[in-house]
Each structure stands twice: as C-alpha cells, then as structure tokens.
Design a protein around this ligand. Structure first.
Ligand code: SF4
Length: 349
C-alpha cells in the first residue's frame, strides 16, 4: 500500500505507521495468498484489491486506528503472557507440573489449501487461541459496523478460520469464539438517540464456531471462488450485498430550531410522515422546528472525492478500492455524481 502525508506529520510518526502496514510476505519469510481477515471480505472487494491495491494511496492520518488496533493486540499479548506466567508460577509453588493446555501466544499461522487451481496459502494471527476454550480476536472498528451488520457472519467466519488454523498447528479444537469490538467512533449522543446503536464503546460478541472440517471446505471453496473471479472483468464481478456495503437507509430528522446541532431526542424517523407528525406535535412549543432529510448511504464504500481529486488518496477508506469499483461508480451516477480524476499522490519516502 502506498502512503502519503498530506498534513506533514513528523517523520518518526510516519515511520511508526509504515511499520504497521500489512505485509503478506511477513518480512519476506513466508508468502500468503490471502489473510483470514481479507478472505471474509466481499468477493468483489478481494478481487479489486488484488487488481488495484498497489495503485491505492492512503494517508498517514487515516492510519491512526491501525496504531490503536496494534496497541490493543499488543496489550492482549502481554496480558496473556502474564496469565501464562502466573499459571506456571502457581504450579511451581504447588510442586506440580506445568499445566499442559496453556494458551498459544499470538503468532502468525500459515495454512496451505490444495485447490483445482493449485496451492492457496491462507495466513492468520489470532489474539488468543484456546484460553478457556475460546478463540478471541480484538477489533478496533466503527460503531456503524455493528449497527448495519447485525449477524456478524464475517467475524464468525474469521474466528472459525483461526480455530481451523490452530487445529492444523496441533492445537485443541474449541467451539466458542468471541470478538472484542472497540468502537473507535462511538458517540454517547447517538446511543441515547437510538437503542439500535451500541450502548457502550466496547462490545463483546459471542459466537458458536464451525468445525475445522467445515471451515477447511469453506476455505477451499473460497480460494476457488477468488481464482474464478479473477478471470472476470471488473463489471462482471458479483456485486456486494446491502449488508456488505453497510447500507444505511434514508432518514428524516426533526430539529427544534436552526441552532440545534442534533435532532431532538427520538426525532430521527424512518419515514417523512413520522417526522412530519413529530414536527406537528412540537410546533406550538417550538415554532422554529423543522425536518431535515438525511439521504441513504453505502458507508463501507464512502470516500472523500475532494481528497481523491486533490491528493490521490482514498479516505477514510473502509473499502480502499472504492474509486475503482463499478458498482460504486454506478451508485454515484444514480445520484448525478462521478469519481473525479485523481491527483498523483505525493508518497512518503
Ligand atoms: S466499493 Fe463498496 S461495492 Fe465496491 S467493492 Fe468496495 S464495498 Fe463492495
């Protein structure tokens, strides 16, 4: 991935961020065709990332959450090390042998799968395997992901992949998984406004895992789907679903007056009629009240067209290849918009 520094952050910070960029070769030691994290992305996104990923530039300022994610993973690793050492010390003090089923420390795992197209290698780095018989992973993510993706099938799949990978490395099979989702953009006001919005900035989500056997079959099928899709043109790729693009429906919000920064409590409505009824009910007390239409959005596909045109970067970049995606281009065209020509990004050295 190419990196820019449009706000001129100091070089030491740029160096720190550069060190966190995903490296599929793991420093040249191993080669992976796809990480567990990427394998669960929409098929169209996987293929377009393989085609255009090297042409995409992102800015250092949009990598902040990667640093926080790495910090969270690191904290998890150290907590796990302390737990292991505590268990070992307790066994030693009691004059007993070390427990046999101590958890595996975070490590990158590689699993080759044989497909009709050849060998396809997946890699993955779970946070905790088999500690209290649960596979865990930390996610620093958007609160909107939890709002618009209710079933979290991608995360269930990722945990199942880690479980299967652990099994391939000789670790015990477990059947439970947990995602600790740290919500980077959580807002108290939104939580008060809607019960559908996460009510706290960290959420723990529990999953029943698929068996390693089922997961290996899925991994094989996925590898073949990716290889087959690579043969298709950009406009022939299977479109992402509403769930995958984190589609947000249009809303109508009632404000008490022009000075209000937020809609009134309970004033965000699914239909214009509902909003008009609420407006009518408060009109006598709030003569300046009004209704604002909030258009629907495809949140995962969003990027700032001005930054693309001025600096050639994809920001915020939930889907970093959005400017190249025909499906998203068509969606923009329906609204009379188009993807502007990008500037040549000024890359950091
Ligand atoms: S831009 Fe949106 S529709 Fe296109 S691949 Fe990305 S998530 Fe899917």
């Amino acid at each position: 991935m190419r990196l820019t520094n449009i706000y001129n952050y100091p070089q030491w910070y740029v160096d720190m961020v550069s060190g966190f960029l995903y490296d599929p070769t793991d420093g040249g030691r191993r080669r992976s065709d796809c990480s567990a994290t990427r394998s669960i992305n929409p098929l169209q996104q996987i293929v377009l990332t393989r085609r255009y990923g090297d042409s995409v530039a992102v800015d250092v300022s949009d990598m902040t959450w990667i640093i926080l994610g790495q910090a969270a993973h690191s904290a998890c690793y150290h907590a796990q090390t302390r737990s292991i050492n505590r268990l070992k010390r307790a066994a030693k003090l009691a004059g007993e042998p070390e427990p046999e089923d101590l958890p595996a420390l975070e490590d990158r795992l590689y699993v080759p799968i044989v497909t009709k197209h050849g060998v396809f290698t997946y890699s993955g780095q779970p946070d905790r395997i088999c500690f209290d018989h649960t596979v865990r992973d930390l996610k620093v993510t958007s609160a909107w992901k939890l709002v618009f993706d209710k079933e979290h099938r991608e995360w269930q799949r990722q945990l199942s992949i880690y479980n299967a990978m652990g099994y391939a490395y000789g670790l015990p099979v477990v059947d439970k998984g947990q995602i600790c989702a740290i919500l980077k953009d959580w807002q108290k006001s939104k939580a008060e406004d809607s019960p559908d919005y996460p009510q706290a900035n960290v959420q723990f989500l529990d999953f029943e895992l698929a068996s390693p056997d089922t997961t290996f079959k899925w991994l094989q099928q996925r590898a073949e789907e990716i290889a087959d899709a690579m043969e298709l043109g950009d406009d022939e790729l299977p479109p992402c679903t509403a769930e995958e693009i984190w589609a947000k429906d249009e809303k109508w919000a009632v404000y008490k007056d022009e000075k209000s920064k937020q809609a009134m409590r309970g004033g965000v409505c699914d239909t214009q009629e509902q909003a008009e009824a609420k407006l009518e009910a408060i009109k006598a007390d709030c003569p300046g009240a009004y209704v604002e239409h909030r258009p629907g959005r495809h949140i995962r596909c969003d990027f700032d067209p001005d930054l693309w045109a001025k600096h050639g970067i994809v920001s915020p970049g939930y889907c970093k290849i959005a400017p190249f995606c025909k499906q998203h281009q068509e969606y923009l065209a329906e609204q009379g918009l188009e993807v502007p020509e990008p500037a040549e990004p000024v890359l950091v050295s």
